[in-house]
Every structure is written in structure tokens, then in C-alpha cells.
Design a protein around this ligand. Structure first.
Ligand code: NCD
Length: 355
């Protein structure tokens, strides 16, 4: 990475950036969905499941807490967050990483005019990993590039960057899909329907990339024309030969889906208040839709929700969004173990446990 200027590096297509985020064939940084290969996804899901099995006993929890007790993590969240922040915080605690946080840049030297780049460089002097969320797309990548030019490179994890990517949300979504379809041949061949603000929703962009790694998965994008998914995502699906469809007909999509992924309107990006004028009332999942959903389909949402899913759906066994939240904590714990190369110790403990 350090051989490039930032401008040169930023312009590279994601597939060419991805190898720079890896070391010894595994993620060193976790920045974009395109850096994850299928064997890695299978491994990470297995590791998350092993970790949660081990955590069922007090002895197991103490074992896990020792694995990264020699490391410290900085959680730098320059955008609002409840789940992702707490999920990483709890994941750090599971593996013993000591977490610190900067969540309000009004309390940091950014208020004195320090650049975010300098702030993050300061974090790298104290901490062993930086987990960050930022409103500027590509900013986490920029930090990883910048640190590669210093003597103290530390791993950077992207916990949401602009309208662009949310790779660890995509990992937990894959984990949720994999667990849900475990008894039905896995994710392969399933029909995933994305609904809502697909133009500005970063979770959908990252998950759509990862689903390409599962043969036979069909993707449908349901949104009003102004909020449809980006051409770059569609181009990559075309190149990969993935079957997809863009439509605004939510009612027709519901009974066809194996998984419905609802999202909220991302109007924090909407300076001109354009999307407030859009009629999005047809893109909501109500209790009446439950009867039209396949009996073994699942209903997902990255949360936070507004009124895209009626709370009356929450008790339905096909509603997966609260499980997604829980799965996120385990998959992030697993990711931290992989980044620091401590996953083999989990395997050893697990093998003893199941012998
Ligand atoms: C999402 C995000 O921040 O992109 N939230 C999350 O991390 N689960 C979705 C959203 O804010 O709508």
C-alpha cells in the first residue's frame, strides 16, 4: 500500500485494493467486503460458532478472556451507533481486548482544529487495533494507507464508512443466513430480496458483494427508482454472472423470497430533503405480509428500524433481526481472534471440549 500515493490507491478497483488489506492470506485490516473470500467466510462462521459454544461455561469464558488480554482496542465512532459500537465493545470483552472509545469528536482535539487523520494516528500510538466508523466513504481505508507509511501500523476495522461499506455487518448477515439455512442446503441457490433505501444503505452494498460468493443466489432490489442500488454493484453482479432484478414491486417480491432484507430511509444524507418527498409507504413489511411470506423464509434488518417492519412481526419465528444483533457480537469476536492470529487456540480448546 505504501508504494502508492493515497490518490492512486483510492482510485484502484476494490478487487485490486483487497490484497493490500490481507497478510498471510487472512485479513489484517477489515475494510471492504471484496477482501473476503468464500473459504474465509466459512472459517469465520465456524469460529464464531465454536467461540459461542466455549462461552457457555465459566471456564470457557475465562479461557476466551485471556486470548487477547495483552491488547487494547480504540473504538472511534464519528457517527451515531448503538448496535455496532456495543457489539464491538462486547466482542472485545469476550476475547479480553481492553476497549477505549472516542464517540463524540467535540470532546477530542478535532475541536481544536486537529485533522481526523492526526487524531487516528495518535490512537495508533496507544492501541493495538482501531475500530472506526466515519461519515466519509473510504476514510477507514485512508487511515490504513496512512498507517502503512508509519513505523506503527495497527489493524483498522471499518465499522461503517459513509454510504459505501459496512463489511462487518455483511459478515454478521452472512452468519445469520448461513445458520438460518443450515438445514436447507446453505445460502447457495437462495433468493435474497433487498428493500428500501438501496442507494445510500451501506449494509446492502457490502452484503450484495459477499452473496456473489454463494453459487446460485438470486438478488432482487426493491426500491423507488430514486433510491435504487448503485450501478457499480449491478456491474459487479453482471460480471460475476449473478441473476438479479431491480423493481419497485414489493408485493410481488414478498412471496418469492427466501430472505427479505428490509432497510430504513437514510435521510441523514439528504441535505436537500429530497427523499422526504418520496412516497415510501409501499416499502414496508406489515403483519399482513407474514401470511404471504414462505413458511421457511427469513426476515432481516440491520437495524435501527423505523416503521419498515411492524413490531407485530417480531414474535414470528421467521423474524431474524434480533438474532442478527446477537450473531454480530460473536462474528466480531471471531474476526478479532483471526486478525490477531489467536483462532487456533480456540480450535484446540473446542476439540478438547467435544472429544
Ligand atoms: C446500519 C448502518 O449504520 O449502516 N446500522 C448498523 O450498523 N446496523 C444501518 C442504518 O443505519 O440504517
Amino acid at each position: 500500500m505504501s508504494n502508492f500515493s493515497w490518490e492512486e490507491f483510492f482510485r484502484l478497483p476494490p478487487e485490486q485494493k483487497a490484497p493490500h488489506f490481507q497478510r498471510n492470506g487472512r485479513p489484517y485490516h477489515a475494510l471492504i467486503a471484496q477482501q473476503f473470500e468464500r473459504p474465509f467466510l466459512d472459517r469465520l462462521c465456524e469460529l464464531a460458532t465454536r467461540t459461542r459454544r466455549i462461552a457457555k461455561t465459566r471456564g470457557g469464558r475465562l479461557f476466551l478472556q485471556d486470548l487477547l488480554s495483552d491488547k487494547r482496542a480504540m473504538l472511534y465512532f464519528a457517527q451515531p451507533s448503538t448496535r455496532t459500537f456495543l457489539s464491538f465493545y462486547a466482542a472485545c470483552q469476550i476475547v479480553g481486548l481492553q476497549p477505549a472509545e472516542v464517540r463524540d469528536t467535540n470532546t477530542s482535539s478535532e475541536l481544536k482544529g486537529e485533522s481526523p487523520e492526526d487524531s487516528v494516528r495518535t490512537f495508533s500510538s496507544y492501541f493495538d487495533v482501531i475500530i472506526m466508523r466515519h461519515p466519509v466513504g473510504g476514510f477507514a481505508e485512508k487511515i490504513a494507507w496512512m498507517l502503512s507509511n508509519t513505523e506503527r501500523t495497527v489493524p483498522v476495522i471499518n465499522a461503517g464508512s459513509g454510504k459505501d461499506q459496512h463489511p462487518t455487518q455483511a459478515l454478521l448477515d452472512i452468519y445469520t443466513l448461513q445458520r438460518s439455512f443450515e438445514e436447507r442446503g446453505g445460502i447457495e441457490g437462495k433468493h435474497v430480496v433487498f428493500v428500501g433505501d438501496l442507494a445510500r444503505g451501506r449494509t446492502v452494498r457490502s452484503l450484495s458483494w459477499l452473496l456473489k460468493l454463494y453459487p446460485g443466489v438470486r438478488q432482487t432490489f426493491v426500491a423507488p427508482a430514486a433510491l435504487q442500488i448503485g450501478e457499480d454493484v449491478l456491474d459487479s453482479l453482471r460480471r460475476a454472472g449473478v441473476a438479479f432484478e431491480c423493481t419497485d414491486d414489493f408485493e410481488a417480491a414478498v412471496p418469492q423470497a427466501d430472505a427479505i432484507y428490509m432497510t430504513r430511509i437514510q435521510d441523514e444524507w439528504d441535505t436537500a430533503k429530497e427523499s422526504a418527498a418520496l412516497d415510501t409507504s409501499r416499502f414496508k413489511f406489515t403483519a399482513a405480509h407474514l401470511a404471504r411470506l414462505k413458511p421457511d423464509a427469513i426476515l432481516m434488518h440491520p437495524l435501527p428500524r423505523r416503521d419498515e417492519i411492524a413490531p407485530a412481526c417480531d414474535a414470528d419465528p421467521r423474524a431474524m433481526y434480533w438474532r442478527q444483533v446477537r450473531n454480530g457480537m460473536w462474528i466480531r469476536a471471531a474476526l478479532l481472534l483471526v486478525i490477531f492470529d489467536r483462532d487456533v487456540e480456540v480450535d484446540r480448546y473446542y476439540e478438547d471440549l467435544t472429544r
